[in-house]
Design a binder for this molecule. Sequence first.
Ligand SMILES: C[S@@+](CC[C@H](N)C(=O)[O-])C[C@H]1O[C@@H](n2cnc3c(N)ncnc32)[C@H](O)[C@@H]1O
Length: 223
Amino acid sequence: MPDQRDIKKNQIEDNTGFWQEGWDKGFTGFHQSEFNPVMENYFNEKDISGKNILVPLCGKSLDMLYLANKGANVIGVEVVKEPVEDFFRENEIPNMTQEDGIYRCQLDKGSITIYNKDFFALENLGNIDYLYDRASNIALPPSMRKEKYYPTIKRLINNETKILLLTMDHNGPQDFGPPFAIKKSETTEFYPDINLDRELSVKAMDRFQEAGIKKIKRLIWTN
Ligand SMILES: C[S@@+](CC[C@H](N)C(=O)[O-])C[C@H]1O[C@@H](n2cnc3c(N)ncnc32)[C@H](O)[C@@H]1O
């Protein structure tokens, strides 16, 4: 993820500018060149044909392709334009249309719509069957999660929405990031019906090691 130390913009004062600069400078270590194995494992056996899956702060995640190829209608939201355009170009997706910052394509089974918009400004995306959050809420500092991210999520999903949420935690400063640590109590407060499925303790990334954070916990949540 962008390293706050290498970016001129302050994420809290100008979140969009911060991420734009991160993409411009190539601080995109969060991007995975393969499908996320936890996501694959979760959706593998499910019939998600025709289901609407929200992928907030989607970047150019390949996971959107996996889900759409299983028949889902994927709704991604990404504020920076380059990753949105890269996503369609790099994956050679034909017949993409774009109007007012909304990119759409129909695949053989499912579809992908990416809103090149500020997630926090969205009011309603219709019925959301699944929420898939990988590297999304942990991309945001604590105050922004509380004041902007969770209220937006609450607005867009409903009581029936199934959630797959991947977070991380460590014992270092909570304002060190992105990615940011999130305490279990924060997740259970904002998603009251969520359960912790798995918790893995792994060696922290180099940048975290340098800051004295040796281990991080990866947490997998579902409802
Ligand atoms: C850490 S990346 C994770 C991307 C993706 N979820 C993945 O797994 O590869 C966070 C992404 O959120 C985008 N982003 C940050 N704030 C946003 C906002 N307010 N609205 C929409 N996208 C945002 C950034 O540009 C960045 O691409």
